[in-house]
Structure formats: C-alpha cells, structure tokens
Design a protein around this ligand. Structure first.
Ligand SMILES: Nc1ncnc2c1ncn2[C@@H]1O[C@H](COP(=O)(O)OP(=O)(O)OP(=O)(O)O)[C@@H](O)[C@H]1O
Ligand SMILES: [Mg+2]
Length: 225
C-alpha cells in the first residue's frame, strides 16, 4: 500500500453547516492524501468548500464524520489538547490577508512563528528562512513598509520557519501582482523541494498551476483529479 507515505490523509469527510433553510452540505464523503514534498492545488467555484476543507485538514474545524490523519494519527475524534499539539507540531498556515503583526519587524514576525510553536527561537533558523524566501534584506522593517509580495513572503517565512510537515495556504496570491505571484509560486516550490513540506493550496489563480504536482477540483462536496 502506498498510503503509508501520506503525511496528510482525509477519509470520507462530511461537513454541513446549519442554515435557516436547513443543513447546507459542503463536504460529502471527501477523501484526500498528500505526501511529503508534494504540492496539491485545490480549485473549485466560490462556496464549493475549499476554505472549509483547509480548516478541517488544518485541525481548526472538526468534520461531522470521517477521518483526518496527520502523520498517521487520527485527529478528528481526538481531544482538543491532542489537536492543538498536532497543529503545533505538524502544520503551517498562510492566509490571503497575511496576518502579520504590524508592530513587529519582519525578523520578529518570523521568530514569532517559532515562538508560537514553543520552539527555541534560533536566530540562525530565522535568518536561513529569510534568506530562502529572499527577504533577508528586509529583516528589520515593519510590515507596513513592505510591498504585498514582501508581506506574503514574510507570512510564508513565518509558516515555514518551524519546519512544518504540511503547509496549508488559502488564496495566498490573491493580493499579489503577476510578478509577486510568480515569485511566491517559485518559493513555495523551492520550500517543498528543500524541506519536503507537503503543500495544499486553495486557489483560483492559474498562475500557480505550474508548480502543482496534482490539480484537484472540489465540486458537489467531493474532489476530482
Ligand atoms: N462557519 C460557517 N457557518 C455557516 N456556513 C458556512 C460557514 N463556513 C462556510 N460556510 C458556507 O459553506 C460553503 C463553503 O464555504 P467555503 O468558505 O469553504 O468556500 P470556498 O470554496 O472557500 O469559497 P471561496 O472560493 O469564495 O473562498 C459556503 O456556502 C459558505 O457560506
Ligand atoms: Mg475560501
């Protein structure tokens, strides 16, 4: 069996939200496997459930039914403590709106990524990550003085510095121009190659297609290759 090497596994995931008109079924028996170093792109119409799927894979939201495994440990039924610990150990997140701390420099935002994971803040690790993402020259700047592309690279550095096993990104390029989006795509690809991080990106952005190992479409609650 080759699912032994999957770092992230979703099996038969169902998720509904309660609406005044009745249950809104978003995910209906969805399955997904992602291996180390693999880049998976998730596309699908607005409202198809891409963000919901990332939240469930990211152990931020519980599925109504099904299994969510990170490094072979089932987490959908696990305690809050176990879920928090797994999130801390295995996951990195990048969001559409960067979520940088405006009062901290680029360097300190990246260090915060480590501190939030209770890891020793190694100056060297921070510097290496800044270099990998091409923002070492901006290390002492505040986010407010950065371009959109530089902010997004800082957010990516913060997510990658703790060396997560899985990186989940929700529309990471939607605020970026063509050049910055292309640069970010190359950096994600480089990170996957160098650190073997598994990457799942929800995106409408065709500029990211070139880095995808797999392109999946979410429709009617399921994924199609
Ligand atoms: N917390 C919630 N409570 C109720 N309904 C929700 C909640 N979160 C999402 N939904 C609904 O679930 C559906 C899927 O939403 P989701 O945000 O996952 O879609 P998406 O594919 O990410 O869309 P987009 O491309 O616009 O970001 C939508 O109809 C949305 O309104
Ligand atoms: Mg979304």
């Amino acid at each position: 069996m080759n699912n032994g090497s999957a770092i992230l596994e979703l099996r038969g995931v169902h998720k509904s939200f309660t609406e005044p008109t009745g249950p809104l079924r978003v995910l209906e028996g969805l399955s997904l496997e992602v291996r180390c170093g693999e880049i998976v792109l998730l596309q699908g119409p607005s409202g198809s459930g891409k963000t919901t799927l990332l939240q469930i894979a990211g152990v931020l939201l519980r599925a109504d039914a099904g299994e969510v495994r990170l490094a072979r440990t089932e987490l959908n039924q696990a305690s809050e403590a176990a879920r928090t610990e797994a999130r801390r150990r295995h996951l990195g997140f990048v969001f559409q709106h960067f979520h940088l701390v405006e009062a901290l420099s680029v360097r300190d935002n990246v260090a915060l990524g480590l501190r939030l994971k209770r890891q020793l803040v190694e100056a060297r690790r921070v510097t290496e990550t800044l270099q990998l993402l091409g923002i070492a020259a901006k290390a002492d700047k505040l986010p407010g003085t950065l371009s959109g592309g530089e902010k997004q690279r800082t957010a990516l550095a913060r997510a990658l510095a703790p060396r997560p096993d899985v990186l989940l990104a929700d529309e990471p390029t939607s605020q970026l121009d063509a050049h910055a989006a292309d640069a970010l795509a190359s950096l994600i690809q480089e990170a996957a190659r160098q650190t073997r991080v598994a990457v799942v990106i929800a995106t409408h952005d065709a500029r990211l297609h070139r880095i995808a190992d797999r392109l999946l479409t979410l429709q009617d609650g399921r994924l199609y290759e």
